[in-house]
Design a protein around this ligand. Structure first.
Ligand code: BV8
Length: 230
């Protein structure tokens, strides 16, 4: 086996203190998803949406990687084959944990996107009070996040990776949102083995050859040890 594709979701960052989406105390509870994670919601109330993402940006900056992120960082350093970590998460904890081959298909909390000139900038401060875009000076920056109804980033690259994957591993995701939730089926169609590491069985558990239930901070280091031991 030489080519691994990993999909991660909010569950891998839960033990770093970042809220997941569908737990009872989940993110969406405070704000209905259509208010904060859709272009329509942003058009209707930009200040609410900017405040929501300002809060998330600050939480991301205050969070630290947990043993699951660090184990994937070790895998990235030591695995000589192909590897791609496709994350649905907008935090930067995979990178802080040492991983480099990371693709943020739903964007990043620490990135701002200018609607006037299309430039993207690393951004750690607030966007709420309309700071000028460093490239064009317009006060037109939005969170660089893929909202519902928007095209996820780098889909061609992801589909290409899934076509070549020999092992597809899903970590900490409920399998509730597409197209990410469909990746396991695409990997299977191309002959990959499939493994799910999650707290509970997800909506797509039936598509996995193997499901291991537990906390990511325990399951992921154990699995990485297995893979690196050959
Ligand atoms: C698109 C950024 C076209 C925002 C996010 C009807 C049917 C099918 C699809 C649709 C439909 N109607 C509309 C759609 C499309 C829609 C969709 O799927 N809707 C759903 C609600 C039905 N999708 C879209 O709009 C997407 N765009 O389709 O464009 C297209 C199609 C194909 C190809 C190209 C273009 C865009 C969706 C992106 C939305 N943005 N995030 C932000 O973060 O604010 S979605 C957001 O929720 C996440 O990014 C993630 O993708 C998604 C799911 O969240 P999870 O990460 O899975 O987290 P969750 O809380 O759900 O689960 C956590 C899991 O971890 C749980 O299972 C839990 O048990 C486990 N866990 C918890 N703690 C731990 C743990 N596991 C281990 N250890 C722990 N400690």
């Amino acid at each position: 086996m030489d080519n691994i594709v990993i999909l991660t979701g909010a569950g891998i960052s839960a033990e770093s203190g970042l809220k997941t989406f569908r737990a009872e105390d989940g993110l969406w509870e405070d704000h209905p998803v259509e208010e904060v994670a859709t272009p329509e919601g942003f058009a209707r109330d930009p200040d609410l949406v900017q405040r929501f993402y300002d809060e998330r940006r600050a939480q991301v900056l205050a969070a630290s990687p947990n043993p699951a992120h660090e184990a994937l960082g070790r895998l990235d350093r030591e695995w000589n084959g192909e590897l791609l970590i496709v994350t649905q998460n907008i935090d930067n904890l995979h990178e802080s944990g040492g991983a480099q081959r990371v693709l943020h298909m739903h964007g990043e909390a620490l990135s701002a996107w200018c609607r006037a000139c299309d430039a993207r900038h690393r951004w750690e401060a607030s966007l709420r009070d309309g700071p000028p875009c460093p490239a064009c000076g317009n006060a037109a920056m939005r969170p660089d996040i893929v909202w519902f109804g928007e095209m996820p980033y780098q889909m061609d690259r992801i589909f290409g990776a899934l076509a070549g994957a020999e092992l597809f591993v899903s970590i900490g995701t409920s399998g509730a949102v597409y197209p990410a939730a469909g990746f396991v089926q695409q990997a299977r169609e191309h002959g990959a083995r499939t493994l799910e590491l999650n707290f509970e069985r997800s909506a797509g558990s039936g598509f996995f050859d193997e499901t291991r239930l537990g906390a990511a901070s325990a399951l992921v280091p154990e699995w990485v040890d297995e893979v690196l031991a050959g």
